[in-house]
Design a protein around this ligand. Structure first.
Ligand code: AHR
Length: 491
C-alpha cells in the first residue's frame, strides 16, 4: 500500500502557470508545417498559422511560448524576419540539417501566434553571433511606444501598438551551441547584454540568463556569484535520453529495460533541481531568482525514414509518465521553479502535436498537460508520500509520484503517476485540514507500454473517467492501473 498525506490547510507557494509552458524552435517541422503553412495554403489557417494546431493548443491554456530557439536563437538575426515576406533574406539553418530558412515566420508572426494562443511570448536573444545593439533594437522594436527608429519601423511593417514582452532570454546554451563559452566569460557577457534589454513604457522584462547543462554545478555557481544580481531567472536544460547520445533508443520499440531506465533518468530532474537550488540558495536565500527549466523532455532516435536533423519522434504512454513525473516534481519545487518549457510543441522531440500534411493528432503528453491544467496558478499543497518500490531486475524506483494543489475556489487537485508497467498500485490518502465529500477522476493509460496515437488511430490513448476511488474516514483510497497518470479533483 502507498500512503499519502495531503496538507490541505497548508500551502503558501503558488504553482506558477508558466511551469506548463512550451518551446518551439526553427527546427525540422515545428515552425514550418507545424505552425506556419502560409496564407495561401489549403490547410485552414489564420493569417498563415494553422487553425487546427491553435485550437488544440488553446485547450491546454498554454501560458508561455519560448522562441525562436534553442540553438537556432544564437544564429538568428531578427531583422531578417520582418517586412514583406517575399523580400526577406534567406539563411542556412546550420544546426538543424542545413536547410534554407526563408524567414517567413518572424517577429510579427510569432507575436500573432502568441496572441492567438493566449500565451505570453518568451523570446530568446542572440548572444553567440549577435551584437548588443541588435538585441537592444529587437526589444525596442517590440515594446517601445513612442517615436523611435525601431518603433517607426514596426509601424511601417503594420503594427501600430507595441506588444507586451514579459520574458527575454539572454542567449541559449552558451556553454555549447551558443558559443562554447566558459561560465566566467558568459557571466560578463550576460551582464553587458542584459544592460541594454530595456523596460520601455509599462513593459517589464523578466530577464533569463543561460543556465547549466544538466549537472554542471560549476556553471550555476559562477553565474550566481558573478551575475545573480542582474537576473530574474536562470535556465536549466535536461533531456531524458534512455540510451547514449549516439544510440538513444526508439520512441516506440522498447522493452521493460528501456521503460525502467527512461523513468529512472526522468526522475533525475528532481536531484538536479535540488542541487542547483542549493547553490542558488547561497547567493539568493530569498529565492528571488527563478529556476527556469526552459528545455526538458524525452529525446529518442528519430522515427525511421525521417530526417535525422529534424528530431521527429512518436510519443507513447511512457512519454505520458515522463511528463506526469516532471510536472509533479516542478509543482513540488514551485518555490524555486518558476517556469518550464517542454521541448517542443509540434513535430519535434516530446511534442504535444504531430502533423502530416493536413492531418493532425495530439499525443499522450498533450493529454497529461490537459489533465494537469487545474494546477496552473493554484496553491501547492505539501504532500508526504510513503511509496512502494517498483523493482526491475536489481534496481528499483518509487512506484508512484504525487503532487497536489488547491484552487482559489477551494477545490483540491491531486495528480498521481503509477510507474509500474504491469502492476496496479493501491494508494491510501489522508487529507488533513479539509473534509472531502466528492471526488471526480480521470485516467490516462493504454493497453501496452508503447501504446500511442497514430493518424489512423488518433484516440488510442485518451483520458477516460476513473472510478476506482472511494471516500474514507480520513480522505480517500484509490487503485491506480499499471502505467497510468491519474487526476483526482475533490471538493
Ligand atoms: O531542443 C533541441 C535542442 O536541444 C535545442 O536547440 C538546444 O537548446 C538543445 O540542445
Amino acid at each position: 500500500m502507498n500512503r499519502v498525506i495531503i496538507g490541505a490547510d497548508l500551502g503558501s507557494v503558488t504553482i506558477e502557470k508558466y511551469i506548463y509552458g512550451h518551446f518551439s524552435e526553427h527546427l525540422g517541422r515545428c515552425i514550418y508545417e507545424g505552425f506556419w503553412v502560409g496564407e495561401d495554403s489549403d490547410i485552414p489557417n489564420i493569417r498563415g498559422i494553422r487553425k487546427d494546431v491553435v485550437e488544440a493548443l488553446k485547450k491546454l491554456n498554454p501560458p508561455v511560448l519560448r522562441w525562436p530557439g534553442g540553438c537556432f536563437a544564437d544564429e538568428y538575426h531578427w531583422m531578417d524576419g520582418i517586412g514583406p515576406r517575399e523580400k526577406r533574406p534567406t539563411m542556412v539553418n546550420t544546426h538543424w540539417g542545413g536547410v534554407t530558412e526563408n524567414n517567413h515566420f518572424g517577429t510579427h508572426e510569432f507575436m500573432d501566434l502568441c496572441e492567438l494562443l493566449g500565451a505570453d511570448p518568451y523570446i530568446c536573444g542572440n548572444v553567440g553571433s549577435g551584437t548588443v545593439q541588435e538585441m537592444a533594437q529587437w526589444v525596442e522594436y517590440i515594446t517601445f511606444d513612442g517615436k523611435s527608429p525601431m518603433a517607426d519601423l514596426r509601424r511601417q511593417n503594420g503594427r501600430e501598438e507595441p506588444w507586451r514582452l514579459p520574458f527575454f532570454g539572454i542567449g541559449n546554451e552558451n556553454w555549447g551551441c551558443g558559443g562554447n563559452m566558459r561560465p566566467e566569460y558568459y557571466a560578463d557577457l550576460y551582464r553587458r547584454y542584459q544592460t541594454y534589454v530595456r523596460h520601455f513604457g509599462k513593459n517589464r522584462i523578466y530577464k533569463i540568463a543561460c543556465g547549466p547543462n544538466g549537472d554542471d554545478y560549476r556553471w550555476t555557481e559562477v553565474l550566481m556569484r558573478e551575475a545573480g544580481a542582474y537576473m530574474d531567472g536562470l535556465s536549466l536544460h535536461y533531456y531524458t535520453v534512455p540510451g547514449t547520445w549516439a544510440k538513444k533508443g526508439s520512441a516506440t520499440e522498447f522493452d521493460e529495460d528501456e521503460w525502467f531506465i527512461t523513468l529512472k533518468k526522468a526522475l533525475r530532474i528532481e536531484e538536479l533541481i535540488k542541487r542547483h537550488s542549493a547553490i542558488m540558495d547561497r547567493y539568493d536565500p530569498l529565492k528571488r531568482v527563478g529556476l527556469i527549466v526552459d528545455e526538458w523532455g524525452t529525446w529518442y532516435d528519430v522515427e525511421p525514414g525521417t530526417n535525422p536533423a529534424f528530431l521527429y519522434q512518436q510519443n507513447t504512454v511512457r512519454d505520458a509518465l515522463v511528463a506526469g513525473l516532471h510536472l509533479n516534481i516542478f509543482n513540488n519545487h514551485a518555490e524555486r521553479v518558476k517556469m518550464a518549457n517542454i521541448a517542443q510543441t509540434v513535430n519535434v522531440l516530446q511534442a504535444m502535436i504531430l502533423t502530416d500534411g493536413p492531418k493532425m493528432i495530439v499525443t499522450p503528453t498533450y493529454h497529461v498537460f490537459e489533465m494537469y491544467k487545474p494546477h496552473q496558478g493554484a496553491t501547492l499543497l505539501p504532500t508526504w508520500v510513503e511509496a512502494e518500490q517498483y523493482t526491475w531486475k536489481d534496481d528499483s524506483l518509487p512506484a508512484i509520484s504525487v503532487s497536489a494543489s488547491r484552487s482559489q475556489e477551494g477545490s483540491i487537485t491531486v495528480t498521481l503517476c503509477n510507474l509500474d508497467p504491469s502492476r496496479e498500485r493501491a494508494v491510501e490518502a489522508e487529507v488533513r485540514g479539509a473534509a472531502v465529500s466528492e471526488i471526480q477522476g480521470r485516467v490516462l493509460t493504454g493497453p501496452a507500454m508503447n501504446s500511442h496515437n497514430t493518424f489512423d488511430h488518433p484516440d488510442a490513448v485518451v483520458p477516460v473517467p476513473f472510478d476506482d476511488h472511494q471516500l474514507t474516514a480520513k480522505g480517500w483510497k484509490a487503485t491506480l492501473p499499471p502505467r497510468s497518470v491519474v487526476v483526482l479533483e475533490m471538493r
